[in-house]
Design a protein around this ligand. Sequence first.
Ligand code: N01
Length: 509
Amino acid sequence: MVAIVGAMAERTDVAIIGSGFSGICMAMLLKRAGRDDFVILEKADDVGGTWRDNTYPGCACDVPSHLYSLSFRLNPHWSRLFSGRDEIWDYLRSCVATYGLEPHLRLGARVTGARFDETAGRWGVDVAGAAGFDCRVLVSGVGALHEPHIPDLPGLSTFSGTVFHSASWRHACTLEGQRVAVIGTGASAAQLVPEIAPRVRQLDLYQRTAAWITPRSDVAIPARAQRLLARRPGVHRALRDAIYWALELRGLGFTLTPKAMRLRERQARRHLARQISDPELRSRLTPDYQMGCKRVLLSDDFYPSLLRDNVELVTDQITAVTPDGLRAGDGTERAADVIIVATGFDVSAGLTRMPVVGRNGQALTRAWSRDGVGAHLGITVAGFPNLFLLLGPNTGLGHQSVLFMIEAQARYVLQALDLLDETASDTIEVLADIQQRFVQRIQARLSTSVWQSGCRSWYQDANGRNIAIWPYATWRYWLQTRRLDPRDFRLTPSRHSVGQTAAMNPSRS
Ligand code: N01
């Protein structure tokens, strides 16, 4: 792996920002396609994205591992149905090793901005403390869940103990015998609370909104079954397909009609009733919004952990943090030595955190604040030639493996590269009306979906517009991205090719 040291701009065909699942999947597919001229720019000193950063106790994926892995690199040796973070990170790193991606990695390369040079038809990519990169195609794999959201709680800076975010776990901070306050009851808190509760003296869990929780039913995968999957790839694929369709079926409440959520809501209520017999506590743990509006959690040990003598669920809202603890709305101050902020991520940013400037000097932030955040198929944006977003707007999921989406997107990018080559074009840019039609269709569909049924979630921007979720079945996304339609794009001919002056789009130029 190459660390950034010099000050010479590097010229490359494709620059990928980020080495999480998106960036690594893109790089692997480039390799498979025989395209070797690319770099992966990673701000940290190792690959892995969210699976590198999140090291909190109990961190795991809530999508079964045989599906939460790449279709072209199956791993028969997952030790559990829902593998832990270490195993997933190892899997990603093994992808890097197996595909020989190390020479392409530029670790410690924090991208600070990118600008499209219309004369050259290329992107200039700025990197902190280095000369940057000059590429024909820029692929963003920056993801959404990596900038910790720290709530603006009055007095937080005056707290005399230790404060850290669940995604920046302070392993040096021993929790044994400490009084710990955990803020938030999302997916991260639901995983870490049961793990730390037995170790701490007192755990106060501050809940603002109760989450819908269904059973997780995790199981270990016996060595014999792992060997069978390794020997019989057909069986492994059948298992993967079965999980995929089971999740699609379970996701009908998201993708077909919110009414289909009722079955799962009943299951969640039964799960809560089975695990919490105290009606008062049960009532405080019962969500007051339609299931699915926020992410549904899977856990078998979260509720039982709240029954421990050293755990208290606090539902009065935090009004202040004092040097010694937290004060809640009822005036009670609870002492704490450590505050763990499990309040999620600042997702509104993504690629807009850095200035990305396309044609006519137009910044992506400006285009999106004018038209609303959106991209054709979540991948391409009008005015930004040769820029491709992985897990871009409205391609996140509430019911399936996002790796399914990432793979579809990376394959789509490959088709765009092939089209550029086949048509001897310098640039490819989605047509504004195509993008607009796509975004309108998605937003119309979302408006009657469960995600817009009245709750507030990180799927929405400041105006309540859902910018994160793909509202249909995922196979429909696969169908729509399977063949890139050249008529959706404007291609500009290569300035090196002779006699080509018109745009390449046959029907729309
Ligand atoms: O974050 P969240 P997360 N005062 O945003 C509360 C993925 N993930 O890190 O609901 C008090 O879901 C907030 O309350 P409310 C997954 O996609 C996946 O848990 O806004 N509380 C909520 O309870 C997930 O969706 C896995 O009212 C405040 C919590 O903090 C995403 O990461 C595992 C507050 C934040 O929940 C984020 O999950 C873990 C405030 N000021 C994470 N601000 C898998 O297994 C926020 N909250 C794949």
